[in-house]
Design a protein around this ligand. Sequence first.
Ligand SMILES: Cc1cc2nc3c(=O)[nH]c(=O)nc-3n(C[C@H](O)[C@H](O)[C@H](O)COP(=O)(O)O)c2cc1C
Length: 181
Amino acid sequence: MILGIRLLSVLRRSGVESHLVVSRSAEVTLAHETDMKVAELRALADVSYAAADIGAAIASGSFRAMGMIVAPCSVRTMSEIATGVTSTLLTRAADVTLKERRPLVLMVRETPLHLGHLRTMTQLAEMGAVIAPPVPAFYNRPQTIDDLVDHTVGRALDLFGLDAGIVRRWGEPAPAEVLET
Ligand SMILES: Cc1cc2nc3c(=O)[nH]c(=O)nc-3n(C[C@H](O)[C@H](O)[C@H](O)COP(=O)(O)O)c2cc1C
């Protein structure tokens, strides 16, 4: 859940308007993985919707958006998007993002993966989605979990042409190296 939380914070800091859908299971996961309340999570977004609100603005392709990130993306949600069965606003908005040919980035969180997961990912990639599991990078020498999260979130935003200044890019000196020179 920390991925989604950080993503919303970074978007806000970058002046990018955010529209949030939180699934019921994500609310449960939030309670397991953080001390944050659902209301606090929702307050990080500019607009927040109930997952059952299938008549919300983001359910329509006429609503203009840069794209969508599902962070984190469960296997259940990934599979639903792949089938086109859009039973909630979350998966409807993802389907709309695909049909409008806007970037859809799925931070699929599961390991190990069975053949069915991999086939679903292939299907989604063929449909135009970006499968971006939150796999940490180590070349940037992360010191904290926040460093790992920032890099992952920043690389997802790269896919939208957004540079939030939280990615230390390959070849750039580490902060310590900057101080030494
Ligand atoms: C603490 C917690 C962690 C979970 N982590 C994962 C996960 O990493 N990947 C996954 O596919 N499902 C995970 N699940 C199970 C999903 O929440 C469950 O499959 C749910 O039906 C997903 O619904 P949603 O896609 O609508 O959010 C987790 C559940 C809990 C309670």
